[in-house]
Design a protein around this ligand. Structure first.
Ligand code: SF4
Length: 326
């Protein structure tokens, strides 16, 4: 029996941004935003990607939907290498992988009505043959995300944050994607509204078989929605595994600190709060050895020189730490 192909497979993705200096704009260094990340998402699965602000997770998400070009590595969608596609071919493939954003308002054209915003997505991929078919489709999408037909005549500025996120989801759904990269989709919303949007995303996944790469700094939200989770620090994956295993027995000191800071997970982990010293180092010149060593409470001498590799310590549970034992 052939193993089932992943919907999304990312292989050793690197994303560096040049930093220009002086009047001639010479490039002498680069921001290493993502440094060799691999991940897979199966059909209908939710994979969480967690880390502090600036760890590279949003850059990673934007590269996966090809909003930015990777420096190295490959992105396979249903087995097809989409890393270097462009023009018409990329536009056609992009129908299958969409993104929803932390700031839905910034992602919605303020001069277009909601109906026009959704129609634009439908038309871009020729998904309605007639005007009536298009309007029926828009009405259906509004209903699916919990809005009504009358909302379609209004502009994004007339909606609350939660309603705008619903519009962003409707626009993403308009092209019938298989994967949605959700970039901090509830971080800017009130707690009660967060739960409504998370419920909506879960209902849509159940009804439509959608897969999500769910990017968040909030472990509690990721724990609720994901089957597997990857923890990112300074552009690299430091821990990956089934979400329950990672939350209950985090093995990397960075993951332990992240989880200890989430009150909602207290009943699961019963851990004391771990406060990390300082901020994450600059991705322009990441530390030698383990990139976490300047903040790590258990660092040893070798951590300053030897780079740990991501290795499996339990079936499906991998950690990048010299001291993590099986
Ligand atoms: Fe800490 Fe060393 Fe493990 Fe890095 S390799 S997380 S510095 S103990």
């Amino acid at each position: 029996m052939t193993p089932q192909m992943s919907l999304l497979e990312v292989q050793n993705l690197c994303i560096h941004f040049p930093v220009k200096h002086g009047v001639f704009g010479r490039v002498r260094e680069s921001v290493k935003a993502v440094g060799g990340v691999s991940l897979e998402v199966a059909h209908g699965e939710t994979v969480g990607l967690v880390g502090e602000s600036g760890c590279g997770k949003t850059t990673m998400g934007r590269a996966i939907v090809r909003l930015i070009a990777p420096t190295a590595g490959r992105i396979l969608f249903e087995g097809e290498d989409v890393t270097s596609l462009n023009g018409e071919v990329l536009r056609a493939r992009r129908r299958h992988f969409q993104m929803i954003f932390q700031d839905p308002f910034g992602a919605l054209n303020p001069r277009m009505t909601v109906r026009q915003i959704i129609a634009e997505a439908i038309d871009a991929h020729g998904l309605a043959d007639t005007e009536q078919a298009r309007q029926t489709r828009i009405d259906s999408l509004l209903q699916v995300v919990g809005l009504d037909s009358a909302h379609g005549q209004r502009y994004p500025s007339e909606f609350s944050g939660g309603q705008r996120q619903r519009i962003g989801i409707a626009r993403a759904l308009a092209v019938e994607p298989k994967l949605i990269v959700c970039d901090e989709p509830v971080s800017a919303l009130d707690v009660s509204v967060q739960a409504q949007i998370v419920n909506l995303l879960q209902d849509l996944q159940r009804d439509r078989g959608l897969a999500y790469l769910f990017i968040s700094h909030n472990f509690a939200v990721v724990e609720r929605v994901s089957r597997r989770v990857l923890v990112m620090y300074l552009g690299k994956i430091v821990e990956a595994g089934p979400v329950q295993a990672v939350v209950r027995t985090p093995r990397h000191p960075y993951t332990q600190a992240l989880i200890s800071a989430v009150p909602e997970l207290d009943s699961v982990t019963q851990r004391k709060r771990i406060v990390l010293p300082g901020d994450a180092p600059s991705p322009i010149s990441p530390p030698a050895g383990c990139p976490f060593h300047p903040r790590c409470p258990i660092a040893e001498a070798r951590c300053r020189t030897d780079v740990p590799t991501l290795r499996e310590i339990q079936p499906g549970h991998s950690v990048s730490c010299h001291l993590a034992s099986i």
